[in-house]
Write a protein that binds this ligand. Structure first.
Ligand SMILES: Nc1ncnc2c1ncn2[C@@H]1O[C@H](COP(=O)(O)OP(=O)(O)OP(=O)(O)O)[C@@H](O)[C@H]1O
Length: 586
């Protein structure tokens, strides 16, 4: 938790310091009250005292109470501002950190857990800061101040108070020791529940279509029940704390007055002044002792929040302290333009030792189209994702424009590449904001957007949408069809005007006619743009300058369509399964 405090800005530190000063004032006024009580007791028992004397002391007490209340309100206002500012900074830091995560980090944390850490965990920390800042400063100071005031007044009563405090502290430590590990479990279970809920919502149509509601409900219920039992255990453990402290406070008052009565009785009845002083001392002692226990009670309220917030803070720190597996280089310039070269590249995913790519070598020159084909799971997506540095090759080198991709700054690398993922991804906004997504070297006028849409064969449906390029796009692009989504994501890549375009199976949702028109447009308009195309259909890639055939991660053929039809059995098999007899001989 303390580590997270680095995220407090100077403004919040200043407000927190102001709060501490105000709290000292509050404690001063609060702890003056028992002294006034003592004065009042003496005044009431003194025959010569007048009503005006009593009223004067009473008004001073009222003044102290009002001053304490005003300081308390100002403090509340400041702590709310500190807590909101703190959570704002932490949320921003976490969001920025996650934005830099690579695939490896995303998989290590999982998406639901990261969402939970950015929302729920930060709320826990904010709650503790809002409620805790005042109490965590106030209660220890108040307890120590009150103890200083009573020490020396009566050793017997001091020992009794110390006994009560020790018993309360032991109870607190035991309960917290039992509860903290379960708070960690609660956060993990919340992650799991989020995962099931998210999966269920994303696949709601499949769930309905397969009558899988009961199956999904049972899956959710298992996690939900476990979460409920863990939370119930924690709440039951905490249920002992408050009544325990209240009981201790009342019992202590009782014991103090009981023992105090015998102390007063021990003073000679003839010495009225001494008896009065002892009685007044005991009244004051009782009040201060109650303050000590009250401080502990306030701490207990906060301590109930600390375990959950502590676990949340650790989970936030785990995100903030994660070292990205991909670190960027410093280069921004390159000796070539539009080239991609794989030099004996092998790769395995971090989760397994088995290579999914082995000894891949090829070069794509400027303006060339290099296509990748192969069976499902043969490694096509993995291969092109190495060119965009989603992962680093485990052996060999990937070069873009003659420079190892690891040497570029991320901006310099991604400026050169326009990448279309296998699954088209759109963001909430409108068509224009999706096409002009992110920083790029392309223009950002409506004409630029229109040009990219024309080339991606998207204009025909965009023009029909109400608002045209300003037509809204729902979160995840759910208000456009799969093929339309794909065309918009192609337009987004084209609008960047990159040197290298990577299409990871991006033509699969397009009909044959659109696929052909799109390729013809790219050939005509982007002659100098290098293209890496992953495809399932031979028709999409048969005119490529180079086709690379993959089989279980190995390159089993490289050449033009005509060459491969002569030399590569795997390619021939794919071709035979897709092309007619006439097309095969063409
Ligand atoms: N994140 C991952 N972690 C571990 N293994 C993975 C991961 N992604 C893919 N793989 C494995 O790597 C191999 C190659 O997958 P890849 O997605 O590159 O194949 P592909 O040829 O693009 O398949 P498809 O044509 O179905 O898209 C597969 O065996 C797959 O199981």
């Amino acid at each position: 938790m303390l580590k997270l405090l680095h995220n407090l800005r100077r403004r919040e530190w200043t407000m927190a310091a102001a709060c501490a000063v105000l709290i000292l004032g509050q404690i001063y006024f609060d702890l003056s009250l028992p002294d006034y009580m003592s004065d009042l007791t003496v005044l009431i028992k003194t025959p010569d005292s007048t009503l005006a004397d009593i009223l004067h002391t009473g008004l001073e007490m009222l003044g102290c109470t009002l001053a304490s209340a005003v300081l308390c309100v100002i403090c509340g206002y400041l702590t709310a501002k500190v807590a909101a500012g703190f959570s704002f900074s932490v949320r921003e830091a976490v969001f920025r950190k996650i934005a830099d995560f690579g695939q490896q980090e995303m998989m290590a944390f999982s998406v639901p857990s990261l969402i939970n850490r950015t929302t729920n965990d930060i709320t826990q920390v904010q709650m503790l800061t809002a409620m805790g800042l005042q109490i965590l400063i106030k209660s220890p100071i108040m307890a120590v101040w009150a103890i200083i005031k009573i020490v020396g007044k009566s050793w017997t009563l001091s020992a009794i108070t110390a006994g009560f405090v020790a018993a309360l502290l032991v109870m607190m430590v035991v309960i917290i020791g039992v509860v903290v590990p379960r708070f960690r479990r609660v956060q993990k279970l919340t992650d799991r529940i989020n995962l099931v809920a998210r999966e269920n919502l994303n696949g709601i149509n499949v769930v309905h279509a397969y009558n899988a509601e009961d199956y999904q409900n049972a899956k959710f219920q298992r996690g939900n029940e476990e979460l409920m039992h863990t939370q119930l255990f924690n709440q039951r453990a905490f249920a002992f704390l408050m009544p325990g402290v209240t009981l201790a406070m009342n019992a202590l008052s009782l014991v103090i007055y009981w023992v105090g009565a015998s102390i007063v009785n021990g003073v000679s009845a003839a010495d009225t002044a001494a008896r009065l002083a002892t009685f007044s001392n005991i009244v004051v002692f009782g009040t201060y002792a109650t303050y000590v226990i009250m401080s502990i009670m306030m701490m207990v309220m906060i301590i109930m929040l600390i375990p959950a917030a502590q676990v949340s803070a650790q989970r936030i720190n785990e995100v903030l302290e994660t070292r990205n597996s991909l670190t960027q280089g410093t280069r921004t310039d390159a000796p070539e333009a539009g080239t991609v070269e794989f030099r004996d590249v092998s790769f395995h995913y971090p989760s397994s030792d088995k290579n999914v790519l082995e000894h891949i070598s090829f070069t794509a020159r400027r303006g060339e189209t290099v296509a990748f084909i192969g069976a499902t799971g043969s490694g096509k997506t993995t291969l092109v994702s190495l060119a965009a540095r989603f992962y680093d090759a485990t052996e060999g080198q990937v070069l873009v424009d003659g420079v190892d991709v690891r040497d570029y700054t991320f901006d310099a690398l991604y400026d050169r590449i326009g990448y279309m993922t296998q699954k088209a991804v759109l963001f909430s906004g409108d068509i224009r904001s999706n096409v002009l997504f992110g920083a790029s070297r392309g223009g950002n006028s409506d004409e630029d957007v229109q040009k990219a849409l024309d080339l991606a064969q998207a204009s025909e449906f965009v023009d029909r949408m109400p608002g045209g390029i300003r037509a809204p796009i729902a979160e995840g692009g759910t208000n456009v069809s799969g093929g339309q989504k794909q065309r918009l994501s192609i337009a987004r890549a084209l609008a960047r005007r990159p040197e290298i375009l990577v299409f990871d199976d991006s033509f699969s949702a397009l009909d044959y006619r659109t696929d052909a028109k799109l390729r013809a447009g790219l050939d005509r308009e982007l002659k100098d743009t290098t293209r890496l195309i992953v495809a399932q259909r031979i028709g999409t890639i048969r005119n490529a300058d180079k086709i690379i055939v993959l089989d279980e991660g190995k390159m089993v053929g490289m050449g033009t369509h005509r060459e491969l039809m002569q030399t590569c059995p795997v390619y021939q098999e794919i071709a035979r399964s897709q092309l007619s007899r006439e097309e095969l001989v063409a």
